[in-house]
Design a protein around this ligand. Sequence first.
Ligand code: NI
Ligand code: MN
Length: 234
Amino acid sequence: MARLTWHGHSCFTLVTDEGSEIMFDPFLTDNPVADIGPEQVRHLDYILCSHGHFDHFGDAIALAKRTDATIVGVYELVSFAQAQGVTKGHGMNVGGASAFPFGRVKLTPALHSGTVHGDEQGRYTAVATGFWLELKPKEGESRTRLYHAGDTALLMEMQLLRGQVDIALLPIGDTFTMGPEDAARAIEFIQPAIVVPMHYNTWPPIAQDAQAFARRVGARAQVSVLEPGGSLEF
Ligand code: NI
Ligand code: MN
């Protein structure tokens, strides 16, 4: 049984069947809705960062240094982390996949801006991405494909994910990413079984009613609304 825990915003911890502990978009320091602080993260194997904005990358370097986790993301972002003293990095680029002990990770397109938090000289401007994961199944079970969209607008490219995603983590906050209407259209494009809304209710500009979003989606997917600290097992 794999377990996906939401920490508010776009930050999740995924514990895979294979035993890897993965954090997506670490944002615990100064995250007003996070259920834990960074000091409560004891162990991580991988940190997947969708882009360099502080609300996705803010805790990545400190956590990677303390846990010796590998930072995975677009090449420039990983290079910046390594220039800051992170020892393990796995740089990739959009459309490319890599194999890891827990399965495969592909960087997906995202339409969003891409400065890197902490890069005072502006040398590491990077594109924003999402992640598609194909998790290794336990023997006799079926694989799970998980899509963390990162920060993005609705994209025609999401249609390419149709039939390839079991669980989709989609931003619904509006203002900085897709809002509920476009996220519902993304679900039509992708046709995932389960959707977990993210990147909302962190601050007033991205306040949303997740239950209203679930009603809007209706029968198109099962919307799993988590509270910070809440988990989904699959
Ligand atoms: Ni962003
Ligand atoms: Mn963001």
